[in-house]
Ligand binder design. Structure first.
Ligand SMILES: Nc1nc2nc(S)n(CCO)c2c(=O)[nH]1
Length: 158
């Protein structure tokens, strides 16, 4: 069984519903078990800053899928939720990034794990440390990440 941590974000449309639908699709995948979710955080956009705030969360999954097939599943969720990548760093209905896959280090055209920008992103590090305290670090610019809502487990969220 493989352990992976995914970062989910949305800043277009009904952000909460987008995140719920994405987690539901992951949980319904026959080879993915959603083991835990973080709280949801309202976060200031980084990178392309002239856009709406995001709702972000981190999901801990257990999966039999190899990393690239987990990536396929994440990209399928993005497509099903009509991810509109208008501007590369701009607004999106939903974004799923693989942060960690076991303790693996991999670099390919399609996937770099650990995620190359995760250590500079408080919107990733703060929810990640919630679902795995052993991964806690001092995130840069934590002021841009505000706790929005905490759910008592995956079922309470879905
Ligand atoms: N706060 C925040 N800023 C972001 N900039 C980009 S790009 N993204 C998409 C994730 O790569 C985000 C995000 O999810 N949250």
């Amino acid at each position: 069984m493989n352990e992976s941590y995914l970062s989910l974000g949305s800043n277009m449309g009904d952000r909460l519903d987008m995140l719920k639908q994405a987690v539901r699709m992951l949980a319904e995948h026959p080879s993915i078990d959603v083991a835990a979710i973080s709280s949801l955080y309202e976060t200031e956009p980084v990178g392309f800053t002239e856009q709406e705030p995001f709702l972000n969360m981190v999901v801990h999954v257990r999966t039999q899928l190899p990393a690239l097939e987990l990536l396929d599943a994440c990209q399928e969720v993005e497509q099903k939720l009509q991810r509109k990548r208008i501007v590369r760093w701009g607004p999106r209905t939903i974004d799923l990034d693989i942060l960690l896959y076991n303790q693996d280090n991999m670099k390919s055209e399609r996937l770099i794990v650990p995620h190359p920008r995760m250590h500079e992103r408080a919107f990733v590090l703060i929810p990640l440390s919630e679902v795995n305290p052993s991964l806690a670090t001092n995130p840069p610019n934590p002021e841009g990440v505000q706790l929005w809502k905490t759910y008592e487990g995956v079922d309470a969220f879905l």
